[in-house]
Design a protein around this ligand. Structure first.
Ligand code: ING
Length: 311
């Protein structure tokens, strides 16, 4: 008896700096309603889905920076989304900038939460791979200051039992690193949920720009196939505060096949009825980790941070 989970990828178009949390939450509620009508049990929103992608700007005033962070979740502004979801019996994944107090100090993370159909937050993930730079680089057309505004995540890559399966999360740049999927694969993950804000121009490597769509799909499809898991990638796309950003949200099967893909660059829901057992034939044969992997030969992956070439 297969376990099916109908999941929706709720792609967002641009969020401008002037858009209030309340205005954005109304867009999220509209996408959730589209998900309800499509029969979704789980709706996935993008990375930093409550605000514009503020790491594109150099800011020095901490109060100005902290404007973009949430101190509580749900908050007064996001409570209506939680209420709609609970009332509809739909779960969701939401990316946002998290400001919290831990170990006696203020911490700031690029965070995603997983909310079950009864409204409970059942998992939290904090982005581990922070791309970009920490210092002001005015020569760039726009900044990418995630290393300045966030700490690297301190929760690992958790996989939880939810929605009748094994669900994991990651965020944006994480999707480009095979370690991300493998750590979750080693926990038996059946569906990886991730949001992204990806500029179509990468100032340090403009020659990569034309490959943006290919690199996105390649990363999601490889992660799915090599770990026998579903991968749901959800964009905040379009031209946001003057920065053209990749859309191309998609749902990828454990075979690596793309089964749903957003044709627009705006607010749009795509959905698919996912068979959570579809990864089994990969996990029990080609990617039977227990049978085939040789971890003692992989030491460098954990012990070494940067590449060291032979003499
Ligand atoms: N954004 C980008 C991403 O990894 C980036 C950073 C852009 C990396 C272009 C490489 C090329 O999709 C975030 N938010 O991680």
């Amino acid at each position: 008896m297969s376990r099916f989970l109908t999941v929706g990828a709720a792609q967002l178009g641009p969020i401008e700096r002037r858009h209030s949390r309340r205005e954005v939450v109304e867009r999220l509620r509209a996408l959730l309603e589209q998900g309800r009508r499509a029969g979704c049990e789980l709706v996935v929103f993008p990375e930093l889905a409550l605000t514009t992608f503020f790491p594109r700007w150099w800011m020095e005033d901490q109060a100005e920076i902290d404007f973009f962070f949430e101190r509580e979740m749900p908050s007064a502004d996001t409570a209506p989304l939680f209420e709609d979801a609970r009332r509809a019996g739909i779960g969701f994944c939401l990316g946002y900038a998290e400001l919290t107090r831990e170990d006696g100090r203020t911490r700031r993370f690029n965070t995603a939460i997983l909310v079950e159909r009864d409204g409970r937050i059942v998992s939290r993930y904090r982005k581990i791979h922070l791309p970009g730079h920490a210092g002001h680089e005015p020569a760039r057309a726009f900044q990418h200051l995630e290393k300045r505004y966030f700490e690297p995540g301190n929760l690992g890559f958790p996989v939880v039992r939810a929605f009748g399966g094994l669900i994991g999360m990651c965020i944006c740049n994480d999707r480009r690193w095979p370690e991300t999927y493998r750590v979750m694969g080693l926990q038996g993950v059946e569906m990886v949920l991730l949001g992204y804000n990806t500029p179509l121009h990468n100032p340090p490597a403009p020659d990569h720009d034309e490959h943006s769509w290919f690199h996105n799909a390649l990363s999601l499809q490889a992660g799915a196939y090599q770990n026998g898991t579903w991968v749901v990638g959800v964009a905040k796309g379009g031209i946001e505060e003057g920065v053209p950003s990749l859309a191309d949200s998609m749902i990828v099967a454990p075979s690596g096949k793309i089964v749903a893909r957003a044709p627009s660059v705006g607010d749009e829901l795509i959905a698919h009825r996912c068979d959570l057992d579809a990864g089994r034939s990969y996990k029990t044969t080609t990617f039977n980790f227990a049978l085939h992997r040789q971890p003692e030969q992989y030491r460098l992956i954990v012990d070494r941070k940067g590449a060291i070439e032979p003499p």
